[in-house]
Design a protein around this ligand. Structure first.
Ligand code: UDX
Length: 450
């Protein structure tokens, strides 16, 4: 680590796994550049402070009831959190600024997720610069503000669903329809607030993107927002490993992978939020078994609607699955993707998973479920052409077919080669003088200038 520069930054992650990981990656980077780190966090999904002994942690109450904390509705959760955290966060930050003044240690800025919509006016009133982080692909963040307008106009792309959606490339009309399907007034006004508060901030940081993945959208973001925009990722490359996992990681995955042949295993995971039905669980199980390829499959506890874990899989099928595969509750994903045995990733295309897969050169099978995942999947399959798209068909025959195509057939080999080139290109961005590296240098200068 570099010597302390005498400056402190305050981080406030949104308490969901897909936002906590990038925020902690940013924390590690800034700490290595000499900044002291204070993390203000909710009681709900609190990060494990013991994994980060060099940071200061301050917990605030979030007011969530047990039922609210276990909701599957992410918009509702974020709305509730924004409502109930405002006052405790204000008290906590005010106290922190006062004590730092007394101790004569300067707090440079607040860095928090675009999804916290009450922090910008608060930071203003406290005369504290605020930087906004975003964990989406840049093109989704920039483009998704068109969605409220489309839904207000009742845009229903019912015809020619396989045609491109001109309003939001490279989505197809059917993808856009799926996104609009989840639209609500609450979500639309939440999006409006995100746009306004981001524009009013002192800078926007894309922790998991770089020019190589998002050049056009980055130029667009700079033009639209008129604030400094940084794309410093894929930041997990600077400090690999997931010390910020909210789940207990099953480390036996790696020993199991050690016993498999190179590029033979299909890794299956749908991230930390997506749920599936019992029917989908069984179709995936049959598809994997029938593909006759080894597989490592993450099924989170409670991920299958109405089930505790995988009890819906009949015993006989389970025995057959065990011959070829391993089912775990949570995997060390970055290590799994890095492993020489992992040959493909059947994924929901959350942005973190997508970028992690790109960085390790692992081609994907895309099964996007909601929101930005649909756009990420189109980039993977149609723009970069480094994966196959299931087009929503979570059916055993389809799964068997695409797994075999990716792992065993010449088309899979071509996709793998293409992915290798993309991985190299993206990998160069975080090396000295790469685009992400230079952006990070600018970010460090920007924070130091406050
Ligand atoms: C959420 C949204 O669902 C997604 O659409 C958005 O792009 C980011 O925020 P999530 O669904 O959790 O994220 O997916 P993803 O972005 O892929 O993040 C999951 C993270 O958990 C990754 O960093 C991944 O490495 C990690 N993970 C996942 C594990 O470490 N182990 C696992 O078994 C599964």
């Amino acid at each position: 680590m570099e010597k302390s520069n005498g400056l402190r930054v305050v981080l406030f992650p949104l308490p969901i796994q897909g936002c906590i990981n990038p925020m902690f990656q940013l924390a590690k980077i800034l700490h290595s550049r000499g900044f002291s780190i204070t993390v203000i966090h909710t009681r709900f999904n609190a990060p494990k402070a013991s994994n980060h002994p060099l940071y200061t942690f301050l917990e605030i109450p979030d007011g969530l009831s047990e039922a609210e904390a276990s909701t599957q509705d992410v918009t509702l959760l974020l709305t509730l959190l924004n409502r109930s955290c405002e006052s405790p966060f204000r008290d906590c930050l005010t106290k922190l600024l006062r004590s730092s003044e007394e101790e004569k240690q300067r707090i440079s800025c607040l860095i928090d997720d675009a999804g916290w919509i009450f922090t910008q006016p608060l930071a203003w009133s406290l005369n504290l610069p605020r930087l906004v982080t975003n964990t989406y692909k840049v093109s989704f963040f920039v483009g998704h503000f068109v969605i409220p307008e489309l839904s207000r106009e009742r845009y229903l792309p019912l015809q020619e669903q396989d045609e491109p959606a001109e309003e939001f490339p490279p989505l197809k009309k059917k993808d856009l329809l799926q996104i609009l399907d989840g639209e609500t007034e609450v979500l639309n006004s939440y999006s409006d607030m995100i746009l306004q508060t981001t524009k009013a901030s002192s800078g926007l940081i894309f922790v998991s993107s770089c020019e190589e993945l998002d050049q056009e959208s980055l130029s667009q973001a700079r033009k639209d927002y008129q604030i400094p925009v940084f794309a410093i990722g894929p930041s997990h490359i600077y400090f690999p490993g997931s010390s910020s996992s909210l789940f207990t990681v099953d480390e036996t995955c790696i020993q199991w992978l050690d016993k498999q042949e190179d590029n033979s295993v299909i890794y299956v995971s749908f991230g930390s939020v997506v749920n599936i039905s019992e029917t989908e669980l069984l179709e995936i199980a049959w598809g994997l078994r029938n593909s006759d390829q080894p597989f490592l499959w993450v099924v989170r506890v409670g991920m299958v609607n109405g089930n505790k874990w995988v009890e819906a899989i009949p015993e006989e099928l389970m025995e057959r699955l065990k011959e070829k595969g391993k089912i775990v509750k949570w995997a060390p994903q970055q290590e799994v993707l890095k492993h020489r045995a992992t040959g493909g990733f059947l994924t929901h295309n959350g942005w973190n998973s997508t970028v992690e897969s790109v960085c390790e050169g692992v081609p994907m099978i895309c099964v996007p479920s909601v929101w930005d995942q649909l756009l990420n999947a189109r980039f993977v399959s149609d723009v970069w052409m480094v994966g196959l798209h299931l087009e929503g068909r979570i059916e055993r025959n389809e799964i068997e077919r695409v797994v075999r195509k990716l792992l065993l057939e010449p088309e899979g080999e071509v996709i793998r080669e293409r992915m290798k080139l993309l991985a190299e290109k993206v990998g160069r961005s975080v090396k000295q003088n790469g685009s992400a590296y230079r952006s990070l240098e600018r970010l460090v200068d920007h924070i130091s200038s406050f």
